[in-house]
Design a protein around this ligand. Structure first.
Ligand SMILES: *Cc1c(COP(=O)(O)O)cnc(C)c1O
Length: 382
């Protein structure tokens, strides 16, 4: 059996090696390293794929979130509501900009932000909501869009984990993850579903004026060369990364389908086990979990409900099976983000999830033998 990886980027590269090497060589040969034709072409191709007017490439997903918030003109003291159960980048940029993060609990079935908790957290200072499309599945956008409209709030999608996912609205219409709010942010970190070979990110919007403003922000606040109209940052996607992404974008849907295929096999093996809660897809499209593009399985995450999560983790490590605990500590309990206004009783779901979740190897190169070994090892132990 091939050695099991959490994410098999080497295996994936082998399949596209020739195409990537030619594309990257061309960047070297022309030395158009920054803002070259590859970046422009990738931007256009991603706009077409997502069905959005503007993609603004930048240096990484964390920058994308920060720049989105700068673009919307959020000011120190403004409150921004986001999920307690996510990667720290989301709350980090809120705090960095001097905005006030307001963490709320998540839904027990999807682990995505809970709209009821969001609405409860709204005050006169609230300016934006940042749902995270966690593990590859869209947050409840029907409810969130309604809340945003009712309270006149910006909706900023953290789409670092769900590029390629499609959300079906209650009226049957569909949109790609990251294109539903005022602005979306994504990451091309190597292990993400659309990953480059270094750091990369992008901001999405349909708003022409906002797009123009953001294009200046990513480039030192310049709209005309050496005229600095606003305080900006230096955040660029380099041409080498764009060349890699151009080779991978046409394969994104197939990559997501391979992830779903692995998820279906995991589900089949684990279903019916009383100590295991499978990932659940909750959507409006009428299909069942892992059969349609509602979920792109950035992570395949189980809940181990018999108190043996940590013992299982140790066992997997002994057997050479990689795993991830996403996430082991609620953000509201992290030293950097503690706030006296948070009460433990407000986070029952996150507090439970951090003790039970475990993410299994999930990537485009998993084979049946590996999945069989992983599932048997887990079932034997449980
Ligand atoms: C990966 C990730 C980010 C940050 O992306 P980087 O490119 O690593 O800066 C932000 N939010 C979430 C939810 C992520 O998973």
């Amino acid at each position: 059996m091939k050695k099991i990886q959490m994410v098999d980027l080497v295996g994936q590269y082998q399949e596209i090696k020739e195409e990537v090497n030619v594309a990257v060589q061309q960047v070297f040969d022309t030395a158009a390293f920054i803002n070259g034709p590859e970046v422009q072409a990738f931007q256009k191709e991603l706009e077409d794929y997502l069905g959005i007017k503007h993609v603004i490439p930048c240096a990484n997903g964390t920058d994308a979130l920060q720049i989105a918030m700068m673009g919307l003109g959020l000011k120190p003291g403004d409150e921004v509501i986001t999920a307690d159960f996510t990667f720290a980048a989301t709350v980090e940029v809120i705090a960095l900009l001097g905005l006030t993060p307001v963490l709320v609990d998540v839904d027990p079935e999807t682990y995505n932000i809970d709209p009821v908790a969001v609405e409860k957290a709204i005050t006169a200072k609230t300016k934006a909501i940042v749902p995270v499309h966690l593990f590859g599945q869209c947050a409840p956008m029907d409810a969130l869009l309604q809340i945003a409209e009712k309270h006149q709030l910006f909706l900023i999608e953290d789409n670092a984990q769900a590029i390629g996912a499609t959300h079906t609205f209650k009226d049957g219409s569909k949109k790609k993850a990251g294109t539903m709010g005022h602005v979306g942010a994504t990451s091309f970190f190597p292990s993400k579903n659309l990953g480059c070979y270094g750091d990369g990110g992008a901001i999405f919007t349909n708003d022409d004026e906002l797009a123009h403003y953001i294009r200046g922000i990513v480039n030192h606040g310049m709209y005309e060369r050496y005229h600095h109209d606003v305080i900006g940052v230096n955040s660029r996607l380099d041409s080498v990364q764009a060349a890699v992404l151009r080779a991978k974008l046409p394969r994104l849907d197939a990559y997501c389908e391979r992830r779903r295929e692995a998820a279906r096999k995991y589900n089949l093996a684990f279903q019916g086990n009383k100590a295991i809660i499978l990932p659940k897809t909750v959507n409006n499209c009428g299909t069942i979990c892992s059969t349609c593009d509602c979920h792109v399985f950035h992570q395949y995450t189980l809940r181990i409900t018999n108190g043996k999560r940590d013992a299982l983790a140790t066992h997997l490590a002994e057997k050479g099976i990689p795993f991830g605990i996403y996430y082991p500590i609620p953000l509201h309990s992290q030293k950097a983000y503690k706030d006296t206004r948070y009460k433990e009783a407000d986070f029952p779901v996150t507090n439970q999830l951090v003790k039970e979740v475990i993410s299994l190897p999930m990537h485009t190169e998993l084979d049946d033998e590996q999945i069989g070994f992983i599932t048997q090892t887990i079932l034997n132990f449980i």
